[in-house]
Design a protein around this ligand. Structure first.
Ligand SMILES: Nc1ncnc2c1ncn2[C@@H]1O[C@H](COP(=O)(O)OP(=O)(O)OP(=O)(O)O)[C@@H](O)[C@H]1O
Ligand SMILES: [Mg+2]
Length: 255
């Protein structure tokens, strides 16, 4: 079981869309995936378009003082599709930030995940917010790999130069954490644009971290989630679907 966080401190870089599509593609490849929505915006939870029962247990229930050590992670898992389970969230997660700040709070997600038998899933995908260092830190402390979706723009690359050292700092708390890769997301058709930003990343010394695959900018990627569908369910033949499939093949080699 590989625990993977899809993270970037830059908002709107494509974390949730990437987590959603990667979950689907890995499931298509026969893998069992647990997606964890760790963002009070709850975009991933909404993306699956499922009806949750009144008494649903959410990720915040598992890590809050009330539930931590008392509830089992299994109680919060919902099956959404063949091969994909979800631990959902609500805006209520945001209320826990001050409670989780201390050292004993930051390890709670990691400890909760220890309740999963190793053979239960091939991949656990965590979708934290860009805006909260606390939830991001908790996700990084709990993970073995981090995937960093990055748009090919000057501001995104400049954020990345701060985000990479931020990730590295987490090795003090989690020595097993690896940067699995930087995923260029929303690339433009012009090869000049792609080349320009690839070269920039190479100049920054992170060329070897870039996934071979990239995800093009495509309306199908944005629209499909609005229907609760992955890009491949929504438009199986679209080029962006092929991008997600190639990317999933790269991640598959880690599992
Ligand atoms: N490859 C793509 N092509 C076109 N639009 C995309 C693509 N990937 C993501 N988007 C769109 O970009 C916006 C931001 O994506 P997303 O919500 O996945 O980012 P995020 O990093 O999770 O944001 P946040 O920081 O708010 O959590 C969304 O409107 C989404 O539909
Ligand atoms: Mg998001």
């Amino acid at each position: 079981m590989k625990i993977i966080t899809i993270a970037n401190s830059k908002g709107g870089s494509g974390k949730t869309t990437t987590a959603f599509n990667l979950a689907h593609e890995l499931a298509q490849l026969g893998k069992r995936v647990l997606a964890i929505d760790f963002d009070p915006q709850a975009s991933l939870t909404h993306g699956f378009k499922i009806d949750l029962p009144q008494n649903q247990i959410y990720i915040e229930d598992l890590i809050s003082k009330m539930g931590y050590g008392k509830l089992s992670i299994r109680e919060a898992i919902v099956g959404v599709k063949e091969g994909i389970d979800l631990i959902p969230t609500t805006g209520g997660l945001g209320n826990l930030e001050s409670e989780l700040k201390g050292a004993t709070g930051l390890i709670r997600l990691r400890e909760v995940l220890k309740g999963l038998p190793a053979e239960a899933y091939d991949a656990v995908l965590i979708d934290p917010p860009g805006s909260s260092d606390i939830f991001m830190t908790m996700a990084l402390v709990a993970s073995q790999e981090v995937i960093i979706p990055t748009r090919p723009t000057d501001t995104d690359i400049s954020t990345l130069t701060e985000f990479l050292p931020f990730v590295d700092e987490h090795r003090a708390l989690n020595p097993t954490l690896k940067i699995g890769g930087i995923l260029l997301n929303q690339t433009q058709a012009s090869s000049k644009n792609a080349e320009f930003y690839l070269n920039k990343l190479v100049e920054l010394g992170v060329g070897e971290l870039i996934f071979k695959s990239s995800i093009r900018s495509a309306i199908d990627a944005a629209n499909s989630m609005a229907y609760g569908k992955s890009s491949s369910e929504y438009k199986p033949k679209s080029p962006v679907t092929q991008d997600y499939k190639q990317f999933a093949q790269e991640v598959l080699t880690w599992l």
